[in-house]
Design a binder for this molecule. Structure first.
Ligand code: GTR
Length: 326
């Protein structure tokens, strides 16, 4: 399947418009699975405003929220083909396509929000962003996605033993299937948009996510037990189609990159507020939140590390992440 790079076509139109003195304007489409107002959606809007301002209106970004352009895995493909220009996506949705990024999907690789920020804001973060070039997207910046915990419709989880026999939806990445298996439960990979009905109809008992997703996707209505094991902190990432990126001048590429970096602080502020707001909202809805002794969960993850961290380069990356402060 081949798609004419949209920018190339737009550039032709732009060139002809300029001869008659009308300024060129390209509207780039950006995908997000979350609803309008969600911190990632608002951050990409902010990024778009910065781009518009810094290119004197030559480029604009329109955010298609609420999975209007499709479920994450499909939108990744479309971004790789240049059909979708930009995508705000969870690294988890890339599965194991990008080995350096897969490391961020390891359970308990990040110890805290500070550790997560220290790793991603420094040279390791740059190395992970650069690794996406191999899959035809240009990764511009990481956003916060908080800590993910298990929730289900049956009972509170306080230890891995409580998970036996339960079926949890995971993002479509093998590493998450093995993570749930290592805890003695069953994993069902499925798109985010199918989780609510999956729980409601009993196809799955639960899923795992952060408070804002648990809240805004309505999962708290159908799975009342949220157990704070905080097994994952998966970065959100803003990527651009490489086809579209290659159609930008080096100056404009720099503007896009900088605007993405400059939108991070705004996203983090919105994220922190949303986490609080969502926790209060799910409690008001009747969700039961329980603390968990994390150590048995951490201990159970050894086979997952043994399976996925075999390459010496990845072992080194994991060691450097673990050695980072925070
Ligand atoms: C959310 C993330 C989404 C999506 C979702 C999922 O936390 O922001 O991009 O990946 O999780 O579980 O599919």
């Amino acid at each position: 399947m081949y798609h004419l790079p949209r920018l190339a076509a737009t550039a032709l139109v732009a060139a002809s418009l300029m001869t008659v003195g009308v300024s060129a304007q390209t509207v780039l489409r950006s995908s997000d699975t979350h609803p309008d107002g969600y911190p990632t959606v608002e951050a990409v809007k902010h990024f778009g405003e910065l781009v518009k301002e810094r290119t004197d209106g030559r480029y604009e970004v329109e955010v298609f929220h609420s999975a209007q352009l499709g479920q994450e895995a499909d939108t990744i493909e479309q971004t790789q083909f240049g059909v979708i220009d930009l995508n705000r996506i969870s690294i988890g949705a890339f599965g194991t396509q990008v080995p350096e990024a897969t490391v961020t999907q390891l359970p308990y690789i990040f110890r805290s929000a500070d550790h997560f920020h220290n790793v991603l804001d420094g040279p390791i973060g740059e190395e992970i962003l650069a690794a996406f070039d191999a899959v035809d997207v240009v990764a511009l910046a990481f956003y916060d996605g908080g800590a993910r915990s298990f929730y289900n419709s049956q009972k509170p989880i306080t230890s891995p033993e409580d998970m036996a026999g339960l079926k949890f939806r995971v993002m479509q990445s093998d590493i998450f299937v093995d993570m749930v298996g290592a805890l003695g439960a069953n994993a069902t990979p499925m798109p985010y948009g199918e989780v609510y009905s999956g729980i409601q109809t009993g196809v799955i008992d639960g899923a795992e996510n952060n408070y804002p997703s648990y809240d805004t996707a309505g999962h708290a209505e159908v799975a009342k037990y949220y157990s704070l094991d905080e097994h994952l902190m998966v970065p959100e990432v803003l990527v651009m189609s490489k086809i579209v990126w290659d159609g930008l001048t080096p100056e404009d590429q720099e503007i896009f990159r900088q605007a993405a970096k400059d939108s991070v602080a705004h996203q983090r502020e919105l994220w922190a507020a949303q986490e609080e707001e969502s926790r209060a909202a799910v409690e008001a809805l009747g969700a039961t939140i329980n603390e968990v002794d994390k150590q048995p969960f951490i201990d159970a993850m050894k086979p997952v590390y043994d399976k996925y961290v075999t390459d010496p380069k990845l072992q080194d990356l994991v060691a450097r992440i673990q050695a980072t402060e925070g």
